[in-house]
Write a protein that binds this ligand. Structure first.
Ligand code: GLV
Ligand code: MN
Ligand code: MN
Length: 414
């Protein structure tokens, strides 16, 4: 069959839903959610399942030195660079069943649809999943795709120490997913990632498909505040050096900073720990993270400077020391106009409503965009909820997104 005869080509939503459900059973948290933190045993379980499906489809599976998996379907032209799709299968600790997994499993469903229709594309087609997209265990986020794209040296990535004290390279070896394919990986011809929106925009506007224009910039900082641990009953308030107080003030300051800069600035304190974490002890230490994001890199940098300027006097007033560690810093990324237009055209051809929109979340596409023309397809998230077991997207929306992915990929690979 030639490209002009692909009208009957379509995905089968029941197969995609079955795969999503089977993967969600690995590391299931019993509340509809998933915990497959990067390079844990449950991540390995998910990897085995998905790679089994890749092999069943006759794809050539390659695992690279940071554990990224790329499964390739041959094209008519063996020398042409592949069109790549994919995402991630690791999750945050309280993850849902669609974040990342949709993009990987829809990629496999695209392969099945092409197989069923007997379509061979001119270019090879690659379906990838990248190691540690979430960054919840090993920062930065999008670590595997960053290494794939040459933005982080392999040795540095392998030497990353997780929030649980584990060494990334040790964990990759331990679970048996340190492959031998070199990094950086080969540049694809183009990259397209299907993902749930993870926010409220599509659902609120009653639109089925997002043609993603780019990803906002991300800055992650970790603060370690150190004071004087002492007895809660005997230490007068005037003599305290309480890092817990400063952490609370910083959390309030982050909210005010975001409010003052205004949308689309967002700021989050997602981790906050007190040590020794006891009811009757003034804490010795507080560790916290601040996640700042904005679509404009200059405003994001200004927000980082303001944060530093806010923290110092709060710490000084309590005689608490502050150590800063940058965990992630990514500039905003603009996607390729050709790919964005292809997403719009594919949605329109299928009678689906579509709007252009930036991504609030970080994505592997943001890293692969350094290598080749890149774009993303978003589908609605029910009530805009994600990084939460309640994450949900209606099957009809999943099917629409997978169909648009199919059409964009076949067009790019023709
Ligand atoms: C990654 O998923 C992020 O946006 O934090
Ligand atoms: Mn994701
Ligand atoms: Mn995520």
């Amino acid at each position: 069959m030639t490209h002009g005869e692909t009208a009957t080509l379509d995905i089968e939503i029941d197969r995609l839903l079955a795969d999503l459900a089977a993967l969600a059973a690995v590391g299931g948290t019993g509340d509809g959610g998933n915990c497959r933190l990067a390079l844990t045993d449950d991540d390995a379980g998910g990897r085995e399942l998905v790679v089994g499906w890749m092999r069943d489809l006759g794809l050539e599976v390659r695992v690279d030195r940071i554990g990224n998996v790329v499964a390739t379907r041959a094209g008519i032209d063996p020398d042409a660079a592949p069109v790549m799709t994919g995402s991630h299968i690791d999750t945050v600790r309280t993850g849902g069943r669609y974040d990342g997994t949709l993009g990987v499993l829809a990629g496999l469903e695209v392969v099945r649809a092409l197989d069923d229709a007997g379509v061979r594309t001119r270019r090879p087609l690659a379906v990838a999943f990248f190691t540690d997209e979430e960054g919840s265990r090993f920062a930065p986020d999008m670590l595997g795709s960053l290494v794939y794209a040459g933005g982080l040296a392999l040795e540095e990535a392998l030497g990353t120490v997780g929030f649980d004290g584990a060494l990334l390279g040790d964990e990759l070896e331990r679970i048996g997913w340190a492959g031998d394919a070199p990094v950086p990986g080969p540049a694809p011809h183009a990259f397209v990632e299907l993902h749930i929106e993870q926010g409220p925009v599509l659902e609120r506007s009653g639109i089925g498909i997002g043609a993603v224009t780019g990803v906002q910039g991300i800055a992650w900082h970790e603060l370690t505040l150190t004071g004087q641990s002492n007895h809660a009953g005997t230490t007068p308030m005037s003599l305290r050096r309480d890092p817990g107080l400063v952490a609370a003030q910083v959390a309030v300051a982050v909210r005010e900073l975001a409010a003052n800069l205004g949308a689309p600035m967002v700021g989050t304190v997602g981790r906050l720990g007190l040590h020794p974490d006891l009811v009757n002890v003034v804490p010795a230490r507080a560790t916290m993270t601040v996640d700042l994001r904005h679509t404009d890199d200059a405003i994001l940098s200004a927000a980082e400077s303001r944060l530093k300027a806010l923290v110092e006097p709060l710490a000084k007033a309590e005689d608490v020391s502050v150590a800063w560690r940058e965990l992630a810093r990514f500039a905003p990324v603009a996607f390729d106009e050709t790919v964005i237009s292809l997403v719009e055209a594919a949605a329109s051809a299928r009678g689906l409503s579509c709007r252009r929109m930036p991504s609030g979340a970080g994505h592997d596409a943001q890293m692969i965009a350094r290598m080749c023309p890149t774009g993303m397809v978003f589908v609605p998230s029910h009530q805009g909820i994600s990084h939460n077991p309640a994450e949900h997207t209606d099957p009809a929306d999943l099917a629409a997104g997978a169909a648009v992915l199919l059409d964009v990929i076949t067009e790019l690979a023709a």
